[in-house]
Design a protein around this ligand. Structure first.
Ligand SMILES: NC(=O)c1ccc[n+]([C@@H]2O[C@H](COP(=O)([O-])OP(=O)(O)OC[C@H]3O[C@@H](n4cnc5c(N)ncnc54)[C@H](OP(=O)(O)O)[C@@H]3O)[C@@H](O)[C@H]2O)c1
Length: 291
């Protein structure tokens, strides 16, 4: 039996990874921060999956080496700054594993996204460069947009975390006719499990580019499925640029809806072609569940 450590298993994507890993029959290990370890509501579901819980922190190198040293494979699913990720890269190198899936990939394909336009992506790119420089047996999985972040908000990232989703009021960016691609967190975990078992995925990047749709068409689909009609506000590309100057993280909106970077064809193999037996959830089925 293979053992897999998930760092970030209490999070949005990491919790799906933990469920998929347990279903897959792995010996599941998770690393949780000291403050989270005492929170039964957050850690209880992981124990119920049979996880061995290690207490540690990405900023605590010794805790990482201790946990990584007990497993074959590591998945990182965290939102962190570059320094913390670099500590993990060092720990994975020193402890040695057969596979490492860094969180650097869970976003846009580096081959499609223009460097310098999205601050968080530039951090991820630097982490991936460090992973390659350390010659780790990585698999990087580019996801493009998550359902919970982009589909549930009808493509308006600024609504993420709102109490009512899909929202009753949504901003349409640009002309609303630029395609983007989306995937459920469950399917990201399924692709990851598949890639972990695939020796051909070592030192490879895989991109998930499923559910291609424009923001305008996504809103129309929601209207059809739910019978609800969200109020539409418009923001031009120039107005969005001004907003990004104040809040750099919103560069993602420009990448998705103005530049179409999640729908660009790149040389990176696409998951559905690479693993043709996988069936991906559709936006329509997600909307039916949300309606
Ligand atoms: N493309 C997209 O649409 C999209 C959308 C969302 C996320 N993402 C990407 O997906 C990845 C995961 O994001 P997420 O939204 O699932 O994250 P999340 O829900 O914010 O969860 C983050 C996880 O990391 C843990 N964590 C944070 N700092 C840590 C530290 N210093 N040491 C150890 N654990 C730490 C948190 O633990 P605690 O329980 O202790 O807080 C939590 O389990 C990131 O790379 C993110 O950029 C992409």
């Amino acid at each position: 039996m293979t053992s897999t450590l998930i760092i970030g298993a209490t999070g949005l994507l990491g919790s799906e990874m933990a469920k998929a890993s347990a279903r897959h029959g792995d010996r599941l290990h998770v690393l949780v921060r000291p403050a989270t370890a005492g929170n039964e509501e957050r850690v209880g579901p992981l124990r119920e999956l049979g996880a061995t819980v290690h207490v540690g922190d990405l900023d605590d190198y010794d805790s990482l080496v201790r946990a990584v040293g007990q497993v074959d494979r590591v998945i990182s699913s965290v939102h962190v700054d570059s320094a913390s990720e670099m500590t993990l890269v060092r720990a994975v190198k020193d402890a040695g594993v057969s596979r490492f899936v860094p969180s650097a990939g869970f976003g846009l394909d580096f081959a499609a996204a223009a460097p310098g336009s999205i601050a968080p992506l530039d951090i991820k790119r630097a982490v991936f460069d460090a992973v390659k420089a350390a010659d780790l047996p990585y698999t990087v999985i580019y996801t493009n947009g998550f359902f919970s972040t982009w589909v549930a908000t009808l493509g308006d990232l600024t609504r993420f975390g709102s109490p009512v989703l899909p929202p009753d009021e949504v901003t349409l960016y640009g002309d609303g006719n630029v395609p983007a691609t989306f995937v459920s967190e469950k399917d990201i975990a399924a692709v990851t499990m598949r890639a972990l078992d695939d020796p051909g995925a070592v030192r490879r990047e895989i991109r998930i580019a499923q559910n291609r749709i424009t923001q305008g068409a996504m809103i129309d689909l929601w209207r059809q499925v739910s019978g609800r009609s969200p109020r539409i506000m418009h923001q031009s590309a120039a107005e969005l640029d001004a907003m990004i100057a104040a809040v750099p993280g919103l560069g993602l909106l420009r990448a998705f809806w103005i530049r179409g970077e999640t729908a660009l064809e790149t040389a990176t193999p696409e998951a559905g072609t690479f693993y043709p037996d996988l069936n991906f959830e559709t936006i329509e089925s997600a909307f039916v569940a949300m309606a």
